[in-house]
Design a protein around this ligand. Structure first.
Ligand code: BTN
Length: 271
């Protein structure tokens, strides 16, 4: 992964590291890798996990991604101006960790934005962060099951976060649905400050995994509560009303008068 050695990135690693230290993060536990352009920081983190990760965590940040990945095989628009980061967490980890990591990261991202700006982000279940009814950030978490273990365990988990910080021009298909922090506040946080705040918040929330705190914080920011939504589960599509979020951050919906709990599905408010 020479691109991380050559660097040349606009993202200022020294400023970022300084801020991490100010926030009290022990940077000895984290390998920091920054580059100008890559295909996907999530892919880089996974490659690193399999090849040589020798710290509990490793962070990958790029100014730009040429193949940014979103959920359900979609792409994530990743031109310069956004923050594209992936955190690798070394295992062994319980299998449920990857799911919880998505909700936890949504909460961490919202708390970080709230801390650094006057904005009030919302979480659109399960992995999008919304501002003014539009998508400002996306989260993609993944885990790899370890082979040959009596008890199932994840070898590692990777959480990728993409935030539209200073993205000024979106392609036409995203113009109505995407938004950038710089459209809503005169002084958006720098990518370095935001990244440090996210990492510091995320690492401290990891201690709370499995506790109801994550769901409580998630509920406070839930974008879909009370909304009429379209739900897509494989080949099945239906309309439902969102009732809330469970203590495991699952979505509770009313479907034709019957309460259902979803732990994975595609939910859209645009139909
Ligand atoms: C989604 O919107 O469905 C999730 C988007 C996740 C995007 C981030 S950007 C950094 C990391 N690298 C990727 O290829 N994807 C994630």
């Amino acid at each position: 992964m020479n691109k991380y050695k050559e660097n040349g990135a606009v993202f200022n690693c020294a400023v970022f590291e300084e801020r991490l230290k100010e926030l009290g993060v022990d940077i000895g536990v984290l390998s920091i890798n920054v580059c100008k352009v890559t295909s996907s920081t999530n892919d880089d983190a996974e490659l690193y996990a399999r090849e040589k990760c020798d710290t509990p965590y490793a962070l990958f940040v790029a100014d730009e991604q040429t193949g940014g990945k979103g959920r359900l095989g979609r792409s994530f628009y990743s031109k310069e101006g956004g923050l594209y980061m992936s955190l690798l967490i070394k295992g062994p980890l319980p299998p449920a960790f990857a799911l919880e990591l998505t909700s936890l990261s949504g909460v961490a991202l919202c708390q970080a934005i709230e801390h650094l700006s006057p904005l009030s982000p919302k979480i659109k279940w399960v992995n999008d962060v919304y501002l003014n009814g539009r998508k400002a950030a996306g989260i993609l978490a993944k885990g790899r099951l370890a082979a040959n273990n009596d008890e199932p365990r994840l070898e590692y988990a990777v959480v990728g976060i993409g935030v539209n910080v200073e993205t000024t021009a979106f392609p036409s298909e995203l113009k109505d649905s995407a938004i950038s922090l710089c459209e809503l506040t005169e002084r958006p946080p720098s990518r370095e400050m935001l990244c440090a705040e996210i990492i510091s918040t995320l690492l401290s929330l990891l201690d709370k995994i499995g506790s109801v705190y994550i769901a409580e914080e998630y509920r406070k920011r839930s974008f879909l509560d009370g909304k009429r939504v379209r739900i897509i589960e494989g080949d099945t599509e239906y309309t439902a009303t969102v009732l809330g979020i469970t203590d495991k951050c699952e979505l509770i919906v009313d479907k034709d008068g019957k309460t259902e709990i979803l732990n994975s599905a595609e939910v859209t408010v645009r139909f």
